[in-house]
Design a protein around this ligand. Structure first.
Ligand SMILES: Nc1nc2c(ncn2[C@@H]2O[C@H](COP(=O)(O)OP(=O)(O)OP(=O)(O)O)[C@@H](O)[C@H]2O)c(=O)[nH]1
Ligand SMILES: Nc1nc2c(ncn2[C@@H]2O[C@H](COP(=O)(O)OP(=O)(O)OP(=O)(O)O)[C@@H](O)[C@H]2O)c(=O)[nH]1
Ligand SMILES: [Mg+2]
Ligand SMILES: [Mg+2]
Lengths: 292, 280
């Protein structure tokens, strides 16, 4: 881990009074390598190291404290701060029903997360309704309906011959009639460079007017995490991020990449395939993983 | 990077960044950059286009190291069994639809085994691909034993004289011991029923995946042996550079590339095109 990697470097900082640009340059190189190995985007690493240097340079070394550990603590704290120091909640509508829009690349976990969210909402006393506008992926509509049944949560009956915008309008009407107060809209996975599909998503957003747009991202995504996140943020917007598949052994550097380029708070973590495996985001846990 | 002409520090930094952003990883990137700095010092490389050429050939030689047998080679044993594995959402089920259609397009009969008995609507999804590709399907109820599905599918394939059997499995994270045990059992059942099978164990990797792909490949390979990789979603902006590390350290070849969500969006892996795309 990072502390071990600093072993040799620390000896050189030992006995010095202050951390300087010079005497921490070696440790900054180790941090850079650790972050790149953890899949943090190379441009994001550059900015992060610059921010850490700003925090570290001029800091007095504390007596009895190993300076290497001091540097690690500064790095760790800066990482936790960047990832989002506090837990953020769903933005509910001030009055009337709330609409939550799920967005993201193919296979990131949107449909599964939609169901997990529904379960959380139900347990908090809300009455959610689900709707899928994924008329493209084979059996996507069935997938959400099966999950809704497992939770005993209503799923609007969309079919593949319907137009996504019409599905949205009809689902909003159904929402009023059933007395449900949250509508979660599951969308088809799409590429940020697919103009037609990004335009469709923009029109869906315009139609349902969500107070929460969750970008669902696979936590094992590599360097490309910044490209998709940036595009989705600029073209559609996002009020929160869900990182999925954190029950694996990926270091999860995509978390830092996505947070840094979009500024959107990471709100939830998917930690399993089961419908009860969605947790509130814990920045310290992810920081620990990223630093290895 | 194409706008640079001088081999200065700016160019080297930018080059390093291009290599990192393609997910090639720290080890290979640093090795290439160090070899480069050494050759530039010795004046062996004079300008930026020579450098790009130098790197491309170094990367292609990594890729060429693994010996490749195409996935849709002429079917000699019947049924030719392909076991498709990989982590959640990588593109296994979709890739199976694409592969199946290549076999049926040249007149071979295909049977699909719906051994993802866990995920909601997984069987329906595969059934649609069976229909689209003109393949038969063997499936059990949701929640049934995947090994039982594969066992039945093998029996059916032999009884019907099918040329190819492709088994779809549930997505699973390699770090989950019980799921890896389930996969080992599926493979054991196949090998016991038909010695020599599965003839191809295809690991499906998402091109957007970072360094975790290396541990995915290593662990799936240690568990049941991986004979080839299908790299999906290369129609996005991710370069999939992590496969260079996999090909070099594990010697597992990338055989197929997924470039979209339609049935025809499958191509054989071409090293030069793949490496060239990293710099375009
Ligand atoms: N282990 C694990 N698997 C997950 C998690 N979230 C989703 N999955 C799995 O990831 C796979 C893809 O999930 P989906 O919900 O179908 O993903 P999607 O984004 O809706 O996919 P598309 O609609 O095709 O874009 C499925 O096998 C899910 O069970 C998670 O947190 N952990
Ligand atoms: N753009 C693009 N999307 C792809 C490609 N291959 C698969 N997909 C999409 O990725 C998503 C997941 O594909 P699946 O075939 O369900 O993946 P899987 O590995 O079977 O998923 P699980 O069974 O849930 O683990 C779907 O939306 C597919 O359409 C590809 O090459 N390019
Ligand atoms: Mg989906
Ligand atoms: Mg599947």
């Amino acid at each position: 881990n990072l502390s071990d990697r600093f072993e040799g470097i620390v000896k050189r900082i030992q006995g010095l009074h202050k951390l300087t640009e010079e005497n921490i340059s070696e440790s900054m190189r180790e941090v850079r390598m650790a972050l790149l190995e953890a899949d943090v985007n190379v441009g994001v690493v550059k900015k992060f190291i610059a921010d850490v240097k700003q925090q570290a340079v001029g800091v007095e070394t504390m007596r009895g404290v190993n300076p290497g550990h001091q540097v690690v603590k500064i790095v760790h704290d800066e990482l936790v701060k960047t990832l989002g120091g506090q837990t953020e909640k769903i933005n509910f509508a001030e009055r009337g029903p709330t609409v939550i829009l799920m967005t993201g690349l193919q296979g990131s976990g949107k449909t599964t997360t939609t169901a997990k969210l529904a379960r959380n909402l139900s347990s908090q006393g809300y009455r959610p309704m689900l709707v899928s506008v994924d008329i493209y992926r084979p059996a996507a509509l069935e997938q959400l309906k099966v999950l809704g049944q497992q939770l005993d949560v209503p799923v609007f009956d969309s079919t593949v011959d319907m137009d996504p915008i019409d599905i949205c309008r009809q689902a909003l009407d159904a929402l009023k009639q059933t007395g449900c107060n949250v509508l979660v809209v599951d969308t088809a996975g799409r590429l940020h460079i697919d103009d037609n599909m990004m335009d469709e998503l923009a029109r869906i957003r315009q139609t349902v007017n969500p107070t929460e747009i969750l970008f669902v991202a696979d936590s094992m995504t590599g360097q490309d995490a910044v490209t998709a996140a940036r595009e989705f943020n600029e073209r559609i917007g996002m009020t929160g991020v869900v990182l999925t598949k954190l029950d694996g052994d990926t270091r999860g550097g995509a978390a830092l990449s996505i947070k840094q380029v979009t500024g959107a708070p990471i709100k939830f973590m998917g930690v399993g395939e089961k419908i009860n495996q969605l947790e509130v985001f814990h920045p310290e846990r992810i920081a620990g993983r990223i630093l290895g | 990077i194409g706008s640079h002409t001088k081999l200065d520090d700016d160019f080297m930094d930018e080059l390093e960044e291009v290599l990192f952003s393609s997910d090639i990883g720290v080890d290979i990137t640093m090795r290439i950059v160090n070899d480069l700095r050494r050759d530039v010092k010795k004046n062996l490389l004079k300008d930026t286009s020579e450098v790009i050429g130098f790197i491309e050939s170094e990367l292609v030689s990594i890729v060429r190291g693994a010996k490749v047998e195409p996935v849709d080679a002429t079917v000699e044993t019947k049924p030719y069994v392909i076991l498709v594995i990989g982590v959640n959402g990588a593109g296994k089920t979709t890739t199976i639809g694409k592969i199946a259609s290549r076999f049926t397009a040249r007149g071979e009969s295909v049977l699909l085994a719906a051994a993802d008995t866990f995920r909601a609507a997984a069987i329906d999804q595969l059934a649609t691909w069976a229909q689209r590709s003109g393949s038969d399907l063997v499936s059990h109820k949701n929640g049934s034993d995947p090994s039982a599905v594969v066992f039945d599918a093998l029996k059916a394939a032999r009884a019907r004289g099918c040329d190819v059997l492709i088994a779809d499995t549930a997505g699973r994270l390699h770090s989950k011991v019980n799921l890896m045990e389930e996969l080992k059992k599926v493979k054991r059942i196949i090998s016991r029923e038909l010695p020599g099978a599965p003839h191809e164990t295809l690991l499906v990797l998402d091109a957007t995946t970072g360094q975790n792909a290396v541990s995915q490949a290593r662990i799936f390979d240690e568990a049941i042996g991986v004979t080839g990789i299908a790299l999906t979603k290369l129609d996005g902006t991710a370069k999939g550079g992590v496969v260079l590390n996999i090909m070099e350290t594990l010697k597992i070849p990338v055989k197929l590339v997924g470039v979209g969500e339609r049935i025809e969006d499958l191509r054989p892996f071409v090293p030069e095109d793949f490496v060239h795309a990293i710099f375009s």
